[in-house]
Design a protein. Structure first.
Length: 226
């Protein structure tokens, strides 16, 4: 018979796999749909940056493979995976514009950037050690260590929570830039929105999965205390 602990674990796993499948399917579909103007991800990213006065932000190819696209505030670079950088697809221009949205956030000192970055050092430590501390505390039946692990995983969840507004805002900026700049037509804006919504879902799913895991371990901790 499945216990609620196992059910919570399975639910978290299913949500994560489902969200990853959604974004992969959306990308595979829209990567095959060419945009009308035949603009590559690089061309769109570079032009949006220039239109917004961000000439100092460089656009380069990411070395981490498929869907490794990201904005790096340390090097002030928009890093696009090879297909996004080179291909003239709906997926490419949507993802490229989204990453430029992050560059715009940093340039404008968007408030949520500071909030998220203030949590970043704790989130990095918790990401590396949180689950290890939790599992050791659970296996060795050391309650204080187990509780410390739960708190560290909670910090990861908090970081994920404050990441959501940044991702939603970057997608909103992307769609405005794509539409106002004339990079895509009306139908293509809808397609780009669908692509970005699928990508955003992975962040929501990650947060929900973390919360479910926290609930699971809090229940275990409570049973031990009783």
């Amino acid at each position: 018979m499945l216990t609620i602990d196992i059910l919570l674990y399975i639910l978290a796993l299913v949500i994560t796999i489902w969200a990853q499948s959604k974004v992969q399917n959306a990308y595979q579909h829209f990567a095959k749909v060419a945009n009308e103007r035949r603009l590559s991800g690089y061309a769109v990213a570079r032009d949006i940056l220039n239109r917004n006065g961000l000439y100092n932000v460089q656009v380069q190819v990411s070395q981490n493979g498929l869907l490794s696209d990201h904005y790096d505030p340390k090097s002030n670079t928009v890093n696009l995976s090879p297909k996004v950088y080179n291909d003239a697809s709906i997926a490419s221009v949507a993802i490229a514009a989204h990453e430029v949205g992050h560059a715009m956030q940093y340039a404008e000192n968007y408030s949520m950037v500071g909030v998220r970055n203030s949590l970043l050092p704790l989130a990095i430590v918790s990401g590396h050690a949180g689950w290890i501390v939790l599992i050791i505390g659970l296996a060795a039946r050391i309650d204080i260590l187990f509780l410390a692990g739960i708190i560290m995983v909670g910090i990861i969840g908090l970081f994920q929570l404050f990441t959501l507004p940044l991702e939603f805002d970057a997608s909103k900026r992307a769609l405005v830039q794509l539409s106002d700049g004339g990079y895509v037509n009306t139908d293509e804006v809808a397609d780009a929105k669908e692509m970005l919504s699928a990508a955003a879902l992975t962040y929501v799913a990650a947060l929900v999965a973390t919360l479910l895991q926290i609930l699971r371990f809090v229940m275990i901790y409570g049973r031990r205390r009783n």
